[in-house]
Design a protein around this ligand. Structure first.
Ligand SMILES: Cc1cc2nc3c(=O)[nH]c(=O)nc-3n(C[C@H](O)[C@H](O)[C@H](O)COP(=O)(O)OP(=O)(O)OC[C@H]3O[C@@H](n4cnc5c(N)ncnc54)[C@H](O)[C@@H]3O)c2cc1C
Length: 297
């Protein structure tokens, strides 16, 4: 059968897009591998009405509410290929089989590659974090660290100083005079000795251990991970990408349509900066845009 829309990714953006399409009485299939980007965090902050909720619980409620509509199908399968197919699109599944639809919405999210520092990975989403608006006030006035990864890390450290006394860990990188002046103006300390590892009970963070044997007491460490598309579909479809200081995003217009007519992109893969509320908003835009294109051609 030919669906009205295929949605690749059933995270915040994908489920929001699906909700608006099914409320528009359209036939939608959502393919999802069940790995939303914030699955490492026990609480999601800043999303109206859900501040502090378990992100997996938000998703479970969204899925349960969506399944009340008769025209949606949620399928736990990976899409491995997508292509233009006549006047629509088709996608191939990892388990075999092909689905076809008039419109295609990409919402497959990002995967974070984390620095290879002992003790860091296990604390991701708990005490090693990327965004102070999502996870910052919980560590107010405690000693905070920022791990340098990209030039934007200087800006990140300058911002995070708003939440508590901050140290930028260069971990082998070096800074110019201008950057040092920016940090000094924000009272950010700079630690140039490379990091040996993170320590603390379980996923708590107590200290950063340095390679010269010293330790620095730190309650939370922020870093900008190397975030990549979770799927190669954008490249397969030949979509135009835009480079940002934090990596590539899919170029979309105000309707969240990509450079290929009929293909929409929503959520972290098609915007900067990132948050659940923005992913949901973009999903709504993509869903409504795809619906109107189905109605009006
Ligand atoms: C540690 C951490 C904590 C965060 N905390 C917060 C917070 O407190 N508040 C906040 O607002 N934001 C937070 N964020 C940001 C938030 O997670 C993202 O902005 C949001 O998840 C983006 O939604 P999305 O729908 O674009 O992608 P995702 O939620 O990542 O969903 C993408 C979905 O697509 C699926 N998928 C991927 N490839 C395929 C494929 N080929 N086929 C089928 N399915 C596929 C994935 O399994 C996943 O389920 C946090 C991020 C991180 C990393």
């Amino acid at each position: 059968m030919r669906h009205d829309a295929i949605i690749v990714g059933g995270g915040f953006a994908g489920l929001a897009a699906a909700t608006y399409l099914v409320r528009g009485r359209r036939n939608v299939v959502v393919l999802d591998t069940g790995k939303p980007r914030n699955r490492f965090a026990a609480a999601s902050h800043g999303f109206l009405g859900q501040d502090g909720s378990d992100p997996q619980a938000i998703m479970a409620t969204a899925r349960e509410q969506l399944l009340r509509y008769p025209t949606v199908e949620l399928v736990e399968k990976e899409v491995v290929h997508a292509q233009v197919d006549g006047d629509g699109f088709s996608v191939d599944l990892a388990t075999g089989g092909t689905l076809v639809a008039s419109k295609l919405i990409l919402a497959f999210g990002l995967t974070d590659e984390l620095p290879d520092i002992p003790g860091l990975r296990q604390r991701w989403g708990k005490t090693v974090l990327h965004c102070p608006y999502c996870h910052g006030i919980e560590f107010s006035d405690q000693p905070l660290g920022v791990l340098y990864r990209v030039p934007m890390s200087v800006h990140q450290a300058s911002l995070i100083a708003e939440w508590g006394p901050t140290t930028l860990f260069l971990n082998g990188a070096s800074l110019g005079d201008d950057e040092m002046a920016i940090l000094a103006a924000r009272k950010v300390q700079v630690e140039s000795v490379a990091i040996a590892g993170l320590s603390g009970d379980g996923t708590e963070l107590a200290a950063i251990e340095l390679q010269d044997g010293r330790t620095r007491e730190i309650a939370a460490l922020y870093t900008a991970p190397d975030s990549r598309f979770s799927s190669p579909l954008a490249e397969q479809l030949g979509l135009v990408l835009d480079e940002t200081p934090m990596g590539a995003i899919i170029r979309t217009d105000g309707e969240k349509m990509t450079s290929v007519p009929g293909v929409y992109a929503a959520g972290d893969i098609a915007r900067m900066p990132h948050a659940v509320a923005w992913a949901v908003a973009d999903g709504v835009t993509a869903g409504v845009s795809a619906h109107r294109a189905l109605v009006f051609g």
